[in-house]
Write a protein that binds this ligand. Structure first.
Ligand code: XMP
Length: 326
């Protein structure tokens, strides 16, 4: 049987007991596969790479080397949470790379969406490659590949995956969750003791906030995306919408409009709120958000986010709009 087809005998992991069984089997399997060799993992802090990290920590402890690349396009608090959970709590061997300046200077003045994606993807590989070269004795590369990545072989995930490493950096692949569907990864993650907000996280694109800061990215507009996104997530969580709405985030386009603040004219950016429901991301409907909540979020964003004087709600389903704006 080809090793990329989920065995028919494999039960769907729906309960903590089944997750525990999977975890024990994988730990044994990983110990056998890795022996006393070292394994490298690009740890973004997303559900899949976090679950792989937690499994490997249980199986081989300090033989795992995690590299977390902060490209400056992560959501508020994410790099801090990766350090807290994996380095401080799970005692993982974690290399934190602050690549913010490097990414933002490579992206300066680049307005074309596909060009932005390419730069983010290739720069990520470059940074990871540089870190890998500094390490001795790595023989394995772990990846958070999940079953839909294999069966859909979708282009969507390509930004997360460290493909295209040069010849002198070819490692044997370790993919412990490659037969799991997303809901199963979440059940396993909970049993591994990962925080709920990490495990039940909504989808987040590989190029991160970079595709929500429309056009050429500037630091101040990127901060407006990050801060408004944090307010939106906080308010959705407080009002019971977290886990109910499939994906929600903010976008800051590269335009300004006239407004008024403290009796003076302002000329500032709008923030656009996007909140959608979908089964498979191919089509999507707009989530029905209570109007009073939208008004409250608008008041907070215009008061708390620097450079923003308006808030808009995107009413467009997919099609005709895509979920992201770029
Ligand atoms: P669209 O915008 O195409 O998005 O309707 C569908 C889903 O895919 C996510 N998305 C991406 N994920 N890299 C990713 O890893 C990307 O370049 C990318 N573009 C869109 C999007 O967030 C949504 O969940």
């Amino acid at each position: 049987m080809p090793d990329n087809i989920r065995p028919a005998s494999m039960a769907r992991i729906t309960t903590p007991e089944l997750a525990q069984q999977f975890i024990q089997e994988q730990i044994a399997e990983l110990k056998k596969q890795l022996g006393n060799k070292k394994v490298l993992l690009a740890l973004s802090g997303g559900v899949d790479s976090s679950v792989v990290a937690a499994l490997l920590i249980k199986a081989v402890g300090q033989q795992l080397v995690c590299v977390h690349v902060n490209h400056g396009l992560l959501r508020k608090g994410e790099p801090e949470q990766v350090i807290e959970v994996f380095r401080n709590q799970m005692k993982a061997n974690l290399i934190y790379v602050d690549a913010v300046d490097r990414f933002l200077s490579r992206l300066a003045d680049v307005a074309d969406p596909e060009q932005k994606r390419k730069i983010i993807g290739s720069e990520f590989i470059r940074v990871f490659e540089e870190e890998a070269r500094k390490l001795d004795g790595i023989e394995f590369l772990a990846q958070g590949t999940i079953y839909p990545d294999i069966i859909e072989s979708g282009p969507v995930k390509s930004h997360h995956n460290v493909g295209g490493l040069p010849e002198d950096l070819q490692f044997e692949l370790v993919e412990p969750i490659k037969f799991l569907f997303k809901d199963e990864v979440r059940v396993v993650g909970r049993e591994l003791g990962l925080p709920d907000n990490m495990v039940s996280r909504q989808p987040f694109p590989g190029p991160g906030l970079g595709v929500r800061c429309i056009g050429a990215i500037t630091r101040d507009r990127l901060e407006a995306v990050r801060e408004s996104d944090a307010i939106l997530r906080e308010e959705f969580a407080k009002n019971g919408l977290q886990g109910k709405v499939w994906q929600y985030f903010t976008i800051v386009p590269d335009i300004k409009s006239t407004g008024v603040r403290d009796n003076l004219r302002s000329f500032e950016w709008p923030v656009i709120i996007r909140a959608v429901n979908t089964r498979d991301a191919m089509t999507a409907t707009v989530a029905d958000i209570p109007f009073t909540l939208l008004q409250h979020i608008t008041a907070r964003i215009t008061a708390e986010v620097k450079g923003v004087n308006r808030v808009l709600f995107d009413l467009t389903p997919k099609p005709t709009g895509t979920i992201e704006w770029e």
